[in-house]
Design a binder for this molecule. Sequence first.
Ligand code: SF4
Length: 361
Amino acid sequence: MKNIFGMTLETMQEEFAALPLEKYRAKQVTEWLYKKYAKHFSDMTNLPKTLRAELSMKYRIDVPSLRTRLDATDGRTSKFLLAFSDGAAVEAVLMRQPYGNSICISTQVGCSMGCSFCASTLHGLARDLTPGEMLAEVLFIEELLEKEDEKIDTMVLMGSGEPLMNYANVVHFLHLLHEEYVMNMSYRNITLSTSGIVPAMNRLASEGMPITLSISLHAPREELRSKLMPINRKYPLADVVAAGKSYAEKTGRRITYEYILIRDVNDSEREAKDLAELLKGQLASVNLIPINPVKERGFERPSAESTASFCRILTHHHITATVRREMGSDIQAACGQLRNRHISENQRGPDQFILKHCNRL
Ligand code: SF4
């Protein structure tokens, strides 16, 4: 049975034409799926009963179920582990910021990039998420917020997965989100975070979608970055920064460089100066993130003083830099940590799917 959730209006119209059904029925169904969060055709009360029955024989509505919810003591951050029908589980996070509600979603189940500080990659990549599955993460949170008369204001693709390794699905999902009949979300409110897949960064710059690009840098020199991020051996730092510069020139959007600060690894004065030199003259800013320690990796968080000093050096060299406010560390907000706990706690059940795939990879 075909999954209808995540279909565009046009695709649904084509599908329905073959049944045959009038064009406006597709509009009604998208309204139920994307605006009213219907989980069953039986909920679609303005469709005739016979039509609801017919549709439920032909299509399924594949939306995830909530496996775990954690609310941080800061009262602003909530993390959700969402499981899809095949048992694959991903994390999505809601952050209630002073400037609005921001969400962070996953684009893959696990990740193959192997960044040494990251929990999401510990079990490898299980599979890509489809456009409908990414949309389902968003609408799951939007439905919750709507009950509080709130809405999602901004979104970052910064959960588990490398979005640009799932390029076609991610771009399709962003187009879908932008549609009036879905969320009408402005591209300017979307940030995509990449570890630096250079050809895909260049391709993204030509998509005509003015989303913000956030580049995970984490080191200002090739050899150090290769140690932290194996992808650097394929797409070296110099090429990544050049692609960032070109993206900013083409789209007019300021690049955000993410820099996770790890004690005695990349947080010295030398690294701060090298970073300032590397980004000199770019339409860019640096987001410093003191590491959320990952137990399995053994990295430590730098002191508040050394974080502040790193930031000061950048500012002194005319690089706009901020230190990310800590949100939700008591609920393991760093990507992948909740899912990993879930995998290790569940020796039986649907998540064995993930373990099986990871063993194979
Ligand atoms: S930091 Fe991002 S790209 Fe790197 S392993 Fe984690 S999820 Fe993948």
